[in-house]
Design a binder for this molecule. Structure first.
Ligand SMILES: [Zn+2]
Ligand SMILES: [Zn+2]
Length: 140
């Protein structure tokens, strides 16, 4: 909570209840929800919050680097309250997105350095596959 309050104060942004709600929701889940999913989940406690407000809150949170935007290539962005660098894997069947923890791809930056004249600062690696639940379904 301190994190968002301090960041918003520093950036001179208004800390609205909606922005806090979106941030806290993302902090509480590892499911990488889309804006629509966040919107539906917050309807319970914030019945007057519109989808547009959720989008605006997400945009602001991404801009101040409290939330990570993930484009898994489905034309539908997902959001992650964990802004530490980590990789993601998406299920090609049900679309769920999970974190890949404990593997660091920082050495990829060094690997591609000879192939570009950019100073390579970061990378985003996505993996695709079939999740455990979908795999189990197929076997039934
Ligand atoms: Zn799946
Ligand atoms: Zn993640």
């Amino acid at each position: 909570m301190n994190n968002i309050a301090a960041t918003f104060k520093e950036k001179k942004l208004k800390l609205t209840p909606q922005r806090i709600a979106v941030y806290e929701y993302l902090k509480s889940t590892k499911e990488h929800p889309s804006a629509e999913v966040i919107y539906k989940a917050l309807q319970v406690n914030y019945p007057t919050m519109s989808l547009a407000t959720v989008y605006k809150a997400l945009k602001t949170l991404v801009e101040v680097n409290l939330v990570q935007e993930i484009n898994v290539g489905e034309g539908n962005f997902r959001y992650d309250g964990n802004v530490c660098p980590h990789s993601h894997i998406q299920c090609l069947q049900c679309g769920r997105v999970d974190d890949i923890e404990d593997v660091c791809f920082q050495d990829l930056n060094e690997k591609i350095a000879p192939h570009t004249d950019y100073d390579v600062l970061t990378n985003q690696v996505y993996f695709y596959g079939i999740c455990k639940d979908c795999k189990n379904c197929e076997h039934n």
